[in-house]
Design a protein around this ligand. Structure first.
Ligand code: IMP
Ligand code: MG
Length: 230
């Protein structure tokens, strides 16, 4: 526990091993509900308190990565009591014959970042490549500090040596959707984080076209069609 507070430190995120059954209307789609809405709200509250405390003395520039952060960001943002500015960045994964999964920026930072405290926000940390690329790009603008906050971190071994300063939950290496996270741009609207049934990712996605969503299978294998917002 953080001294003098009753909440767990943001640096010790709860580890979610398994969830509960999905509501009947989502049972065809989901294996389980990993994190229910109340649990998400509780944890976002704790993260917001930690961020309020840690950045009490500066005007923070929040840099959420499009698009999976939308619901997490909306809940986090309304709990921040410190002065903040907001500027999204967009990242897409391009696949070509030479470099599969190459990341390109679809939306750059517009606000001045030089000398500022930046907090990158992302939905989920998997291989770490997205966060590593975004961080490297932002550092070029010579900010005073760059930290990162992710809702979820998978228990995978990261390809990029990167970590987040604020982590909502550590989850198993399963493909999850809901609360902003998608599969082929679907299911972002679910109010909880759920584990997608493996068979839904094989049959439930539209045929690959350009541009198209970054698609990741529920297993560790990744299918990356041509272009995608995160
Ligand atoms: P990384 O670059 O491998 O760390 O992946 C980060 C990005 O991949 C996230 O911002 C998501 O857009 C996407 N992603 C990774 N795992 C999942 C998942 O389980 N569900 C939905 N999107 C995911
Ligand atoms: Mg993302």
């Amino acid at each position: 526990m953080t001294p003098g507070t009753s909440e767990p430190p943001a640096s010790s995120p709860p580890r979610i091993a398994s969830g509960g059954p999905p509501p009947p209307e989502w049972a065809h789609l989901l294996e389980e509900v990993l994190i229910p809405p109340e649990r998400l709200q509780q944890r976002v509250d704790q993260l917001a308190k930690a961020i309020n405390r840690d950045f009490a003395r500066s005007e923070l520039l929040l840099v959420p990565i499009l698009t999976g952060t939308i619901l997490f960001l909306a809940d986090l943002l309304r709990r921040l009591t410190i002065p903040v500015q907001l500027d999204f960045v967009g990242v897409s994964s391009y696949r070509d014959r030479v470099r599969p999964g190459k990341l390109i920026f679809t939306k750059e930072l517009r606000l001045e970042a030089r000398g500022r405290d930046l907090l990158i926000i992302d939905d989920i940390l998997d291989s770490g490549q997205t966060l590593a690329r975004v961080r490297a790009r932002l550092v070029q603008a010579k900010p005073q500090s760059v930290r990162a906050c992710v809702l979820l971190a998978k228990e995978t071994s990261r390809k990029a040596s990167v970590s987040a300063d604020y982590v909502g939950f550590v989850i198993p290496n399963k493909f999850v959707v809901g609360y902003g996270l998608d599969y082929a741009e679907r299911y972002r609207n679910l109010p909880f984080v759920g584990v997608l049934r493996p068979e839904r990712s094989q049959t439930g996605a539209p045929a690959a076209k350009q541009p198209q969503a970054r698609v990741r299978s529920p297993s560790r294998r990744r299918v990356r069609p041509n272009a995608s917002p995160s």
